[in-house]
Design a protein around this ligand. Structure first.
Ligand code: F6P
Length: 341
């Protein structure tokens, strides 16, 4: 079997662990050949690929990013390729494609599958917002980075009697904010799922200071929005990939808190630090298991599906099911978090 693999969308710690696992299982378990398309679907459409042997994936398990490169692609370019082709897998010289990516990539994978290409998806994203899988690799690493940042910010905040507003990633789902906020013991958490009232944060900070506490940390997801008419904040425009351009809720919130509290408030935007660097042990294991199961699925002819974690087992779920809606934070998870603010 000739397997094509690619990584698309935003990078994520653990991508290299999947590639390595796919190559090992395919070559040593099945005697397959594996090629890696460069820079995501762009490499597929432009015929840019290289052969992946055991040497090519040696030493990459703990490396962040992706050795294949990644990119975002306008959906229309892929749609046109699907419409033009009679036999996509023949065009690309492969028996199966394993695209590793988030919601956008899996939607594109579904499009290719619907057009007749044998596809086995592997979900990734630090945001943990893909339905049908309990976890995506990358998330554990991002939560670890954000938690460490909150821990560190607490000591400097306390020394200077400041409010720290830590902005973490999460466009539509606030999983990173929720879990790093809980693990770091933030005093306020703002999620895209639940518009926040800045007055509640003001009350929380005043109450802390009245108890003799000299600092506060608020963890805010980049996609969080204030409740209507509670604070001046405009939603951003939509870019060519359908993503909202954020105008920096962390900065806005820090300015607003400083104004309302009369205390110093500083924003800290963690940004791509959460996505870079070495994956945690948990993410390396999950990524390796996904890679192994993707190759097995390919050999069973289990196409149009993706690997998923359910409990402690890896299963296969239809791509159609995985991309219909994002997995957002349910209210009860926020209720649990709030009880320890
Ligand atoms: O989807 C993963 C993610 O890291 C989001 O949390 C974030 O908003 C986005 O990617 C950033 O993408 P880019 O690196 O293209 O700006």
């Amino acid at each position: 079997m000739r397997i094509g693999v690619l990584t698309a969308g935003g990078d994520c710690p653990g991508l290299n662990a999947v590639i390595r696992s796919v190559v090992h299982r395919a070559l040593t378990g099945h005697g397959d050949e594996v090629i890696g398309f460069e820079d995501g679907f762009k490499g597929l459409l432009e015929g840019r690929f290289r052969k992946l042997d055991l040497d090519a994936v040696s030493g990459i398990l703990a490396r962040g990013g992706t050795i294949l490169g990644s990119s975002r692609l306008e959906r229309n370019r892929l749609r046109e390729a699907c419409e033009k082709s009679k036999d996509l897998s023949k065009d690309y010289g492969i028996d199966v494609l394993i695209p590793i990516g988030g919601e956008g990539t899996l939607t594109a994978a579904r499009m290719l599958a619907d057009a007749g290409m044998p596809v086995v998806g592997v979900p990734k994203t630090i945001d943990n917002d893909i339905s049908s899988t309990d976890r995506t690799f990358g998330f554990d690493t991002a939560v670890g980075v954000a938690t460490e940042a909150i821990d560190r910010l607490k000591t400097t905040a306390e020394s200077h009697q400041r409010v720290m507003v830590v902005e973490v990633m999460g466009r539509h789902a606030g999983w990173i904010a929720l879990e790093s906020g809980m693990a770091g013991g933030a005093h306020g958490i703002c999620l895209p799922e639940r518009p926040f009232d800045v007055d509640d944060l003001v009350t929380m900070v005043e109450e802390r200071f009245s108890r003799g506490k000299k600092f506060a940390v608020v963890c805010v997801a980049e996609g969080a929005h204030p409740a209507e008419e509670t604070m001046d904040y405009k939603k951003g425009a939509i870019d060519q990939f359908g993503h909202e351009r954020f105008s920096g809720i962390g900065n806005h919130l820090a300015i607003e808190l400083e104004k309302r509290l009369g205390k110093e408030a500083r924003p800290v935007i963690l940004g791509h630090v959460q996505r870079g660097g070495t994956p945690t042990a948990y993410d390396r294991v999950l990524a390796t298991r996904f890679g192994w199961h993707a190759v097995e699925a390919a050999h069973r002819g289990d196409f149009g599906r993706m690997t998923a974690l359910r409990g402690t087992d890896i299963t296969m779920v239809p791509l159609a099911e995985a991309v219909t809606e994002l997995k957002t934070v349910p209210d009860w998870r926020m209720d649990e978090a709030e009880s320890v603010f």
